[in-house]
Design a protein around this ligand. Structure first.
Ligand code: F3S
Length: 306
């Protein structure tokens, strides 16, 4: 029979899973009359249209801008903050509106908020290594002050200047590439600043990649599930393809040609960061069923009269 291995790290990371669960929990509470509706999320809870569409059907509205928050009817409803987190002033706006807040900021991101808050209050300059337009980085920056800067590349690191006598604190966007982070930190240390470096990169992405490579190297076929435009899924696919030439990139079960894997004896499954568990389970079940069907066929063949 066939062996099917599903990566433990397939799909949502801890922080995203927790945030999505919190939205469903709120829906339940509102339905039972234990929390105040309507439910809003500030930004889509996850980059997956299917999930966001399902939530919309259950009455969850996505608020896109600060203006949307400011226009909320006072004292009504619940706003859920997603795993990326938000600036301090967003909490102020929500408080001013008098709405209930469910804070699903990933604890790893929350930790960066605290670091930036403390170090900037202590008069230090803070550098966030990351992409300035990423919502997580915008949120982190919003816990600092005028001396909090975002640096993404060597040119920006080169241009950075610290005031006389000021200390520097360096943190990172959780999904930043570790080698690039190291290179940029190196640039700052060459400037001879008095600095503290806090590596706040989250291991979820790397762990998912390492596990995917390990499984792909052990199986006859590998299935990678995720959105066509999801860059972390594309990366997973490349990594798996290196280890297993029979690697398939699918968005949902429907994309999988059953014949392509019908004769393999071992299948590995992994999925990108925004792939819901339901889709992973569907693919898993189908792969396991298929092997069951094969098994029955073998059985029938072996019991045929000679
Ligand atoms: Fe996910 Fe939190 Fe890490 S949202 S990628 S577990 S920082």
């Amino acid at each position: 029979s066939r062996e099917v291995i599903v990566a433990r790290t397939a799909g949502f990371c801890f922080g995203v899973e927790r945030a999505v669960d919190q939205v469903y929990e709120q829906i339940g509470l509102v339905e039972q009359g234990k929390a105040s509706g309507p439910i809003y999320t500030y930004g889509p809870i996850i980059h997956n249209e299917e999930v966001v569409g399902d939530l919309a059907k259950r009455g969850v509205t996505v608020l896109e801008t600060e203006e949307d928050l400011k226009a909320l009817p006072p004292g009504q409803g619940t706003v859920i903050i997603r795993s990326h987190g938000v600036s301090r002033h967003i909490y102020d706006i929500l408080e001013e509106r008098g709405v209930a807040v469910v804070d699903a900021t990933c604890p790893f991101v929350k930790k960066i908020h605290r670091i930036v808050d403390e170090h900037s209050r202590a008069g230090e300059a803070v550098v966030i290594i990351g992409n300035a337009s990423h919502p997580e980085v915008e949120g982190i920056r919003g816990w600092g002050n005028r001396d909090t800067k975002v640096v993404e590349n060597e040119a920006e690191a080169e241009d950075f200047n610290l005031s006389e006598g000021q200390k520097l604190c360096i943190v990172s966007q959780t999904t930043f590439n570790y080698n690039k982070f190291k290179e940029l930190v190196e640039k700052f240390s060459k400037k001879g600043y008095d600095s503290s470096v806090l590596n706040t990169i989250c291991n979820a992405t790397q762990e998912r990649q390492v596990e995917a490579a390990r499984i792909a190297s052990q199986v006859e076929a590998m299935i990678v599930i995720g959105g066509r435009h999801s860059s972390n899924t594309q990366k997973l696919y490349e990594i798996c393809l290196k280890e297993c030439k029979n690697t398939f990139y699918i968005q949902t079960l429907g994309d999988l040609d059953p014949d392509s894997v019908s004769s393999v004896r071992s299948v590995g499954i992994t999925a990108g960061a925004s792939t819901p568990k339901k889709i992973i389970e569907e693919v898993h079940t189908r792969m396991a069923e298929q092997s069951f069907a094969e098994l029955l066929k073998e059985e029938e063949e072996s019991t045929k009269p000679i």
